[in-house]
Write a protein of this length. Structure first.
Length: 146
C-alpha cells in the first residue's frame, strides 16, 4: 500500500476551516473552487469532477465535528483503485491557526504518484479558499474561482 500525506498551515481558526470542510457536497464551491469544477451528492456518495476532467466517486466514511475530520473512500470513477481511503482534518495550532492534514492510503501503489500530483496542485487552492472564507463576513457569499 502507498500513502500520500500533506500538511500545511492555514491562517484561519479550526472552527472556520471545519465550517468549510464539513460541507461534503460543496467541494467545488467552498473547499477547492477551480481545482474541482463540480460536486454532486447522492446519499452518502459525492461525485467530484476535477478541472482536468478526472471524475471520482467518494463515499463518506466519517464526518466528526469533535476532531474536525472528514474521511472518505473512492468507490468509483476514473482512477480505479482497489483500495482508497482518505481524510482531511483541521488541527488547532498554539497560535490559533489551523494545521490542515490530508492523508490518503491507496492500492495499487502506482496510483500514489497521480494522487500526490492532485494533492500538490490542490493544496494551495484549498489553503487560499479556506483563508478567504475566514475573512469573509457570514452574509457575504463565496465566489467560485475559475
Amino acid at each position: 500500500m502507498a500513502s500520500v500525506h500533506k500538511e500545511f498551515l492555514v491562517d484561519a481558526t479550526p472552527d472556520q476551516v471545519w465550517d468549510v470542510l464539513k460541507d461534503f457536497g460543496a467541494v467545488h464551491e467552498r473547499l477547492a473552487p477551480g481545482f474541482v469544477t463540480d460536486t454532486r451528492v447522492d446519499s452518502d456518495t459525492r461525485t467530484v469532477t476535477f478541472a482536468n476532467g478526472t471524475v471520482v466517486a467518494e463515499r463518506l466514511v466519517d464526518l466528526d465535528p469533535t476532531t474536525k475530520r472528514v474521511a472518505y473512500c473512492a468507490v468509483g470513477g476514473d482512477l480505479h483503485p482497489s483500495h482508497h481511503n482518505a481524510s482531511m482534518q483541521a488541527v488547532a495550532t498554539a497560535d490559533g491557526r489551523t494545521r490542515f492534514v490530508w492523508h490518503t492510503d491507496v492500492l495499487p501503489a502506482a496510483l500514489a504518484a497521480p494522487i500526490a500530483e492532485f494533492v500538490e496542485h490542490g493544496a494551495p487552492v484549498i489553503r487560499a479558499a479556506l483563508e478567504a472564507a475566514a475573512t469573509r463576513s457570514p452574509e457575504e457569499p463565496s465566489v467560485i474561482a475559475g
